[in-house]
Structure formats: structure tokens, C-alpha cells
Design a protein around this ligand. Structure first.
Ligand code: NAD
Length: 481
């Protein structure tokens, strides 16, 4: 098979927040992996910025330790680790002070792609963007990458967008949602738009409903302070789940170009019916024999923040009228799992007697975590003698490994997205209006929670969420998978 690794042009990659958790767990290991597979050219440089007082060699040691911990190949490829570490330069900058910026400006080479990856708290983003511009460090060809959370509500998202857009053109801004970098998410688009099979079925005449689940087994760990001011709705639904909903529900774009796709996604969000209280349930995890409850994790007892949300969304257009999208996400759930399940309607009439067995609804499942794959659940005849008996089997579409280059088939989402930024491809990044429309839909729900006296329902750690989450589907004659 022809190699699918296409080296990028040389670039300078500036990583703000380089000593932080995300940089050490994902960004530096991701760059290292792309380097060892040959996608990052030898001339590329990684300029790491943080406010920690640290010598260059101490930073290199920290990066080496991060690679050994988070990039499995680093343990065996010591020579490549040394080569990669030679690309790194550490510059101490407290972004609110003036030291270090000149050194950064002098380090950057001209006539080359500059990527500024802001792996820092949202409160720093506007300031970094304006400083880069005012000091002439960023130019018209620079790219700026912004991490989630993108705002706390519509107002703050608009302020952040305005700050960024004052200094950078929209085509230079990459708002990252790492879910979009997953192999299966892209395969979803390939499956939908490169096969004629699905389009005739992809509507409310054939699809009964869609379930989107992002479940985590972890609690808030050391992120309690951040999480308590966000909650599951802001932290997960507004971005990850909303993006997945858009990809399932959007109309076929006319091209596979960033704006074609992003226009279609915005149309979906705009077509969402306003959410009513009856269609949302929220919960908060409470202790079980193995884990502390949310309030104990937090260290105080009076938080109303939701660690679980389930809701029924309805897209009011011709394609989806009558097909609900059920979304749920939670922490400390019984399994770590993210998937989209497209549940088809049952056959209109069964020719089989009850003795033969009932046929289940076909379900097309896009599994994003833990093992990325796509399966279609089909009814077939149980093999063997004894006459007709129906049984349900999964048709496994785990093609990546068969298609070669095992190491590259399932690359980490961050790696793919970082390389897209370097190549200047915004297809898998959110545009400002997408983010704002999503907040416009979410904000009234949160405002209603804040105004009402309702409290989140408790659910046990390790369970599948609060009872009302099941009732949300049961009253429609359905059940969570
Ligand atoms: P972190 O707190 O671990 O790291 C923050 C980094 O910012 C550090 O390198 C610190 O030196 C730097 N910093 C802080 N104040 C600074 C200043 N005044 N000047 C210069 N540098 C400064 O945070 P993190 O977990 O790495 O997260 C970074 C961003 O990515 C946040 O916006 C977060 O919401 C987002 N994010 C993180 C994760 C994750 O898994 N950690 C996942 C998704 C999104």
C-alpha cells in the first residue's frame, strides 16, 4: 500500500501552556508521534512557552518524561526521542508581563507557517491573541489554535470571538474539539457521503431515533474547581455532543471543504427546537462503596452542578421531523464509552411467527471510545439445522487495521488535528457562528436551572445515571442501549 504519510512543509509551532497537563499528555506526545512516522520535517521547530521559571534543560527533561509516560514508542525509540528534543526550545513568558516576547519574536523564522497553540486557561486567550498581533509576532499567515471551553455562555463566547477576530481572520482561527479528530467521526462522513446506500434511509421515514452517549467512569479528579463552574451541559453537551449530533443530522454538503461542512452544521443547530424542561434531566453522582460522591470530591456540600445530563433534542426540518435525538453524558458512570447509535425502524410487517424469534431494530453504531469502530446490528438466520430461527449479529466494520499501516490507522485525535492546522485545513474545527449558535440553544436551559429551585437528581457512582434519564426514553416507548 502507498504510504499515506505526507510530510508537511517546515513550520514553527509555538505551544503556550507547555508545562500544563494537556501539553504533556497530548500535544507534545502527539507531535513526537507525527515526527517519528515522518510527517514532521526535520526543519520544524517546537517553541514551548509557559510562565514557570525553568531552565531549557529542565524543560527538556520534563518533556522526555512526558513522552516516556504518554507516547508508548518513546520507550523503545531513544534515538528519535533525542532528535525530537533537539527541536524544542523553552521560553519563559508570563503573558501578562513583557519579558520573553522579544525572544519569541526573534526565534520565529520568516516565510514559514507559524502555529500558536493556546493550551492555556480561557482567561488568557484574548490577551495572548492581542499581544501576538500588537508586537507583530503573528502575521496574516499565522494560525491560532484555541482549546475548549470556548466561553461559558453566549455572551462570553461572543466576547472571546470578538477578541480573536479583532486580531486574526476567521480562516486563521482553529477552535479545537478533539472529538472531531477521531477516526470514526471522519468515517461517519465517509460512510454517509461516499456510499449511496445510506442516503435514502437517512431520514425520519426509516430512522426511529438516534442515541448519543458520552460516558466517563472518572469523577472530577483534581479539576473540581473548574468543573463546578461548568457542569456537564457546558463541558460536554455544548461542544462534543452537539458536534456529533450535527454530523449525523446535517444535509450532504456540496463539497468536502471546511465552509461547506460548517454551513450545514450551523443549519442543524439553528433548526433545533428550543428545549423544554420536560425533555431534560440532570444528575449528580453520589458515593458508592468504591468512590466518593461529587460533593465530597469538591470538598463542599452545596453545589447544584450537574455531573450528568440526558436530553431529547428535536431537529425541526423535513428530514428529521419525528426522529428524536437522545443525548446523554455523565461522570462516574458504569462504563467508559462514547458512541452514536442510529436506530432504524422495525420492519413494517413480520412474516415470521413468534416461534422463529422476534427481529430487533437494525442499529448502526459509531463507537468512538474505548475501541473505535462501526458496527451494524442485523437480523439473520441462526446458522445450522432445525429450521428458521432469527438471531441478531453485529456486522463489524473495523476496517482500519485491514487497510494497513496499523500504527497510523488509529492515530490520536490531537495528532490529526495538529497536522490539519499545520496544513491549513479547517474542516474539523468549529467556526465562530457554530459555537455561538450552540450556546444560544444551551443558555436558556442553564438559566432556567439557575432560576428554578430544582436540584439535580442523585445517582450512584458506577450506575447508568438517574432514574429520570431512563424515564425520558421509556415514555416514548424506547430504552437506552
Ligand atoms: P494546566 O493548568 O495544567 O496548564 C496551564 C498552563 O498554562 C501551564 O503551562 C501554565 O504555565 C500556563 N500558564 C498559566 N498562566 C500563565 C501565564 N500568566 N502566562 C503564561 N503561561 C501561563 O491546564 P491544562 O489542563 O493543560 O489545560 C489547558 C487548556 O486546555 C485549558 O483551557 C483547558 O480547559 C483545555 N483543555 C484541557 C484538557 C485536559 O485534558 N487537560 C482537555 C480539553 C481542554
Amino acid at each position: 500500500m502507498v504510504s499515506r504519510i505526507i510530510p508537511t512543509s517546515p513550520f514553527d509551532f509555538v505551544l503556550f501552556g507547555a508545562t500544563g497537563d494537556l501539553a504533556r499528555r497530548k500535544i507534545l506526545p502527539g507531535l513526537f508521534h507525527r515526527f517519528i512516522v515522518g510527517q514532521i520535517p526535520s526543519e520544524a521547530k517546537v517553541i514551548c512557552v509557559a510562565r514557570s521559571e525553568m531552565s531549557h534543560s529542565a524543560f527538556v527533561d520534563m518533556t522526555k518524561a512526558a513522552l516516556v509516560e504518554f507516547a508508548p514508542q518513546a520507550k523503545t525509540q531513544k534515538e528519535n526521542v533525542s532528535l525530537f528534543l533537539k527541536k524544542i526550545k523553552y521560553i519563559k513568558i508570563d503573558v501578562f508581563k513583557s519579558d520573553g516576547w522579544n525572544e519569541l519574536a526573534n526565534t520565529l523564522r520568516s516565510n514559514i507557517v507559524h502555529v500558536f497553540y493556546l493550551s492555556v486557561a480561557p482567561s488568557l486567550i484574548g490577551h495572548i491573541a492581542s499581544t501576538l498581533k500588537e508586537r507583530g509576532i503573528a502575521g496574516s499567515e499565522s494560525r491560532i489554535v484555541v482549546e475548549k471551553p470556548f466561553g461559558h455562555n453566549l455572551h462570553s463566547a461572543k466576547t472571546l470571538n470578538a477578541n480573536l477576530c479583532k486580531n486574526f481572520d476567521e480562516h486563521q482561527i482553529y477552535r479545537i474539539d478533539h472529538y472531531l479528530g477521531k477516526e470514526t467521526v471522519q468515517n461517519l462522513m465517509a460512510l454517509r457521503f461516499a456510499n449511496s446506500l445510506w442516503e435514502p434511509l437517512w431520514n425520519s421515514s426509516y430512522i426511529d431515533h438516534v442515541q448519543i452517549t458520552v460516558a466517563e467512569t472518572i469523577g472530577v479528579k483534581g479539576r473540581g474547581g473548574y468543573y463546578d463552574s461548568y457542569g456537564a451541559m457546558r463541558d460536554m453537551v455544548q461542544n462534543h455532543l452537539m458536534q456529533l449530533l450535527c454530523l449525523i443530522a446535517m444535509e450532504p454538503p456540496s463539497t468536502f471543504k471546511p465552509d461547506s461542512i460548517r454551513y450545514e452544521k450551523v443549519k442543524v443547530i439553528k433548526a433545533l427546537k428550543p428545549l423544554i424542561k420536560f425533555n431534560i434531566t440532570r444528575g449528580q453522582y453520589q458515593e458508592n462503596a468504591f468512590h466518593r460522591g461529587y460533593l465530597d470530591d469538591l470538598g463542599h456540600q452545596n453545589s447544584q452542578t450537574e455531573t450528568f445530563v440526558a436530553l431529547k433534542a428535536e431537529v425541526s426540518n423535513w428530514r428529521w421531523s419525528g426522529t428524536p435525538f437522545y443525548l446523554r453524558t455523565g461522570k462516574r458512570m458504569h462504563a467508559h464509552m462514547s458512541e452514536i447509535a442510529v436506530v432504524f425502524k422495525n420492519v413494517p410487517h413480520s412474516i415470521f411467527s413468534e416461534k422463529v424469534g422476534t427481529h430487533s431494530q437494525n442499529v448502526l453504531i459509531f463507537r468512538l471510545q474505548p475501541d473505535e469502530n462501526i458496527t451494524l446490528r442485523m437480523n439473520i438466520k441462526e446458522p445450522g439445522p432445525g429450521g428458521m430461527r432469527l438471531t441478531e449479529v453485529p456486522l463489524d466494520m473495523r476496517f482500519a487495521e485491514q487497510l494497513g499501516e496499523k500504527d497510523n490507522a488509529l492515530i490520536d485525535a490531537y495528532e490529526r488535528l495538529i497536522m490539519d492546522v499545520v496544513r491549513g485545513d479547517q474542516t474539523l474545527f468549529m467556526r465562530s457562528d457554530e459555537v455561538e449558535e450552540s450556546w444560544r440553544w444551551i443558555d436558556p436551559i442553564i438559566e432556567n436551572w439557575n432560576e428554578s429551585k430544582d436540584t439535580p437528581e442523585f445517582y450512584d457512582c458506577g450506575s447508568s445515571g438517574p432514574k429520570t434519564s431512563h424515564e425520558l426514553l421509556e415514555r416514548d416507548g424506547r430504552a437506552w442501549r
